[in-house]
Structures are given as C-alpha cells and as structure tokens.
Design a binder for this molecule. Structure first.
Ligand code: KIV
Length: 530
C-alpha cells in the first residue's frame, strides 16, 4: 500500500451497534457486512466476541463469509477476551484482534484502579498473547486524547514492541478539537522510537460535533487508518461518519492527497440498510445521506443548477449511489430482467434467495403498478431478515372506519402451526397488536416504545415501511415491515421485533461473571452488559 492510501476501518457493527436501540441480529449483521465488503471497506470490526454468545456467533459468521475485508473482533486487555476474539475470527481469510486499555489518569484512577506501570505490563502481556493468533493486532489507548502525552508515548512504544501492527489513538469522550488531534499525532508519531513499525489510526466520537474534522486532522498529521460508522451511528452523539470522511477525501482531492478503496456509489445503499435495520432515520439535513443533502430549493440555486450543475453542486448524487427513483419493472417483467436489476443494485443472491425475492417481487407487482429501485432494495433486504423467523405472518382482514368497531382477523404461523384470532381495538393498529399479543404470550411482556410509518417512494400506492420498537427488561429492538398495505406492514414489523427480541435473548450468555470485576469494565462494556 502506498503511503497516501487510507485504511477504512468500519465499526458500525461494534461501536455503532452498542448504542441504544441499534442492536442487530446475526442475520442483519451479515447483510451489513456483505454491503461493507462490496463497498471496499478494508477492515470490518464485526463485534466484541466476548460480550455475548450472539456477538461471538455474529463475528464468526461474518469471518466465514467475508470475501476481501479483514474481519476484526474487539477484546479488552484480558487473556479470556483475546482467546474468544481469536476463536471468532479464526475462519476469516484475514483476521485482526483489536485489544484496548485506557491510558488517561482519570480512567486509571477511578475505573481501572491500576498504576501506569501495571498498565504497561498488561499491554505487553496481552498484545504478545494476541500475536500468537494473528500477525494483525490493533491496540487502542482508550481515552487517548485526555492522556498525558508522556504516558501515551510509553504505552504506544510498549504496544508496538509487543507486536501491535496498528496503533489507535481514540477520542473516546469526543472532547478533542482538530488542533488537539494534530498535536497528539505529531507528538506521538514523532517521539515514539518504534513508531515507524505500526500504522496509526484515529477513532472519533461526535460529542462536540467535531468527529469528521478531527478524523481529517488525524490523517493530515500522519494517521493512515480512520475508524468510522455508517450514518455516524454510535454511543451518545455517535462516531465519525464514514460517508462524511470518504466523500470529503473524494471531493477535496486538492486538499487531501489520499486514496481509499471505497466504491462510493454504495454509500446510499449502506445508509438505507442501516436506517431500515435500526429504524433510525438520519436527519433530513445530514451531510451526504440526508433527504435534503442534494435538494436545491431556492430560486437562485435552481437557476444556477439549470445553467451548470457545478454552480451549486460540489458532488453528484450519482457518486453516492442516490437513485433517481428509476421506474424499473412491473408485473410483466421476467426472471432475467429481475436478475439483471438485482445485479445492477449490487445484490448477488443464491438460487433459493433469488426465487424468494422473485416471488415477493411478483406479489408486489400485482399490487403496485410501478416498482422502483427502492422497492426492490427493501424487498430483498426484508426477505433476508424475515427468512429465519419463528413466527410468520399468514393473513390479515381488517374492519375499520369512522363508525367502528375496529376489528382485526389475524392468522399467524407460529412454530409451523397456523393460529387464527379475531380482536377488537382502539383503531386497526391497536387491534392488530392486541391480536399478536393474544396469539404469542411473549408479546405480553414487551412494551411498545415506538410505532413509525414512512412511505418508501412517492404516490398513494407506495409501500409503507413500518418500524416497531419493543422493550423487554431493558433490551430494546426495532422490528421492520414493508407492504403496500400499511396495516400488513404494521403486523410484519411487530412480528419482526418480537422475533429479534427472542433471538437476542436466546443467545445472550454472560461471559463476564466468571472472570470479571465489573469495576474494571470500560464505559462501553458496562453498557454492553447493562
Ligand atoms: O471509543 C473508544 O475508545 C473505543 C475503543 C475501544 C477504540 O471504542
């Protein structure tokens, strides 16, 4: 790799997924990883293998299928964590262990209760241990930006001497400014005697809205890896957004002489997928992927754009894969055309998945005259998500209107058995949700936190995409459903949320209890357990 090549490290599935309401199932994580891999992300941080059985399995499954990216698991500076991470990444073509410990005085005194000498010993021991499994080891100095420069340098030197090949200096609490970041990288890279033996990396949090600016400052100061998430999802105010950094590097080549391997035309697809899985729509004015990011409303701007797009457009919508709501096909389109369309949209489906998607496409085409690219993307993504569900939707009949009563007749297939119920409610959605609760007792223990509907495309026959957020004993999940009938989409979303809750519960086995002192856990980890 040349010295101006930036390594894009995506942590959507680890740091992004850790934030409230963002948890994803293994199947959803696999979908995201596939898009990241096709997009050209260099390193996918697939999870935190020791956090739960579900996390471990997700990292392992991603390691098994990822074609080109390095697959990475996070691990605290603990032998047990590192062993678990090593086991999870074993099937990967290229695997990385990412281990970390804090270096700031405040963390060491109050959270880790360790002296600096003890931290240095732990770094040496754990990085050496990680190197027994892979020669690709990343070490992070948690809370680097609030660490004393002298100790940070000693810690970095110890990590490199023990075999770390990537050194990450995170702004864990989102406190630093671009000037601080420039100083930290220049000082550390200039003072540590073995600094040339590792690639330096930056991981930013957006608490002060400076994460993208800080990441660019780190790259200008010598870092060659940027740790990012799609849509900037992550703890508190989020992480540095991948699309912002990558599009800045592409758009401002005059300022940043750097290259990435990212196919930017897949940015919108990745952004939509994360929005759909998490049910968290990005703000309309979000840079790059917000609904208004390429909308020119004012008369003077529109006038300029008609004369020459460059007058007000610094990058094209096509460069991020923004679809112009292309009318693609209708009910007469055949298998061949559908396969071509899937390929154009970046999907490579196996035979069974293709047949399922084609059947769903035909069903949709019967109900909706014009099928757009957005409809097809949603259909394929939703199909992959729902295939593994224990509870399947069969049919729904609704009686509603101003005179009432509102009644839902719902048939579900639960564990292979057809179950039917008639239920009255305060409105059709209430009737449907009550019907699901009556058929599936697990639903009675859940609290509805969010019910949200949005139209996938324009027009009155547009598909409705519904998000249902459920909470059970502090665990929050988002379920999704899409259909031309908003009420069917609502039932699908509720069922999807229930199944996700069950999946997460089944797989959650604590690996902390037997060998951990909760006081020694980082803020991040404490959230994972809580
Ligand atoms: O924010 C942070 O410091 C982290 C590290 C583990 C990289 O997430």
């Amino acid at each position: 790799m040349t010295n101006n090549r930036i390594i894009i490290f995506d942590t959507t599935l680890r740091d992004g997924e850790q934030s409230p309401g963002m948890s994803m199932t293994r199947e959803e994580k696999l979908l995201v990883a596939e898009v990241l891999d096709s997009m050209g992300v260099d390193v996918i941080e697939a999870g935190f293998a020791i956090a739960s059985q579900g996390d471990f399995e997700a990292v392992k499954a991603i390691a098994q299928v990822t074609k080109r990216a390095v697959v990475c698991s996070l691990a605290r500076a603990k032998i047990g964590d590192i062993d678990r991470a090593a086991e999870a990444i074993k099937p990967a073509k290229q695997g990385r262990i990412h281990t970390f410990i804090s270096t700031s005085d405040i963390h060491l005194e109050y959270q880790f209760k360790m002296t600096k000498e003890q931290v240095l010993e732990v770094i040496t021991k754990t990085v050496k241990h990680a190197r027994k499994f892979t020669d690709n080891v990343e070490w992070s100095a948690m809370d680097a930006t609030r660490s004393t420069p002298e100790f940070l340098c000693r810690a970095v030197e110890a990590a490199i001497a023990a075999g770390a090949t990537t050194i990450n200096l995170p702004d864990t609490v989102g406190y630093a400014t671009p000037g601080d970041i420039t100083q930290m990288f220049k000082h550390t890279m200039g003072s540590v005697p073995n600094a040339d033996k590792a690639v330096f990396s930056f991981h930013g949090q957006n608490d002060l809205g400076l994460a993208t600016a800080n990441t660019l400052a780190a790259l200008e100061a010598g870092a060659r890896q940027a740790e990012l998430t799609i849509n900037g999802i992550g703890e508190r105010a989020g992480n540095t957004s991948l699309e912002e950094v990558v599009m800045t590097l592409k758009t401002r080549k005059d300022r940043f002489a750097f290259e990435t391997a990212i196919d930017t035309t897949l940015i919108m697809r990745a952004s939509k997928l994360i929005q759909s899985i998490t049910g968290q729509a990005v703000q309309v004015n979000k840079a790059i992927v917000g609904a208004n990011a390429f909308a020119h409303e004012s008369g003077i701007h529109q006038d300029g754009m008609l004369k020459n797009r460059g007058t007000y457009e610094i990058m094209t919508p096509e460069s991020i894969g923004l679809l112009k709501s292309n009318l693609v096909m209708g009910k007469h389109s055949g298998r061949h055309a559908f396969r071509d369309k899937l390929e154009e949209l970046g999907f490579a489906l196996g035979d069974n998945a293709f047949e399922d998607a084609f059947n769903r496409f035909k069903e949709l085409a019967d109900k909706k005259k014009e099928i757009y690219d957005e409809d097809i993307i949603l259909l394929v993504d939703q199909d992959a998500i729902s295939r593994s569900q224990r509870i399947a939707f069969d049919s729904l009949q609704i009686e509603c209107g101003s005179e009432g009563p509102q009644i839902a007749r719902l048939q579900l297939n639960i564990d292979g058995r057809k179950r039917m119920i008639k239920m009255e409610g305060n409105g059709p959605v209430d009737a449907i949700f009550k019907a699901i609760k009556a058929l599936e007792p697990v639903a009675q223990e859940c609290e509805l936190k969010l019910y949200q509907v949005h139209a996938v495309t324009q027009g009155t026959d547009a598909q409705a995409e519904v998000t249902v957020r459920l909470e059970k004993q502090g665990r929050v999940v988002n379920g999704h459903g899409a259909n031309v009938d908003t009420l069917v989409a609502s039932a699908l979303a509720y069922i999807n949320a229930l199944c996700k809750l069950e999946l997460l519960e089944e797989k959650r086995v604590s690996h902390f209890s037997d060998h951990e002192d909760a006081a020694a856990l980082s803020v991040t980890e404490a959230k994972q357990i809580g």
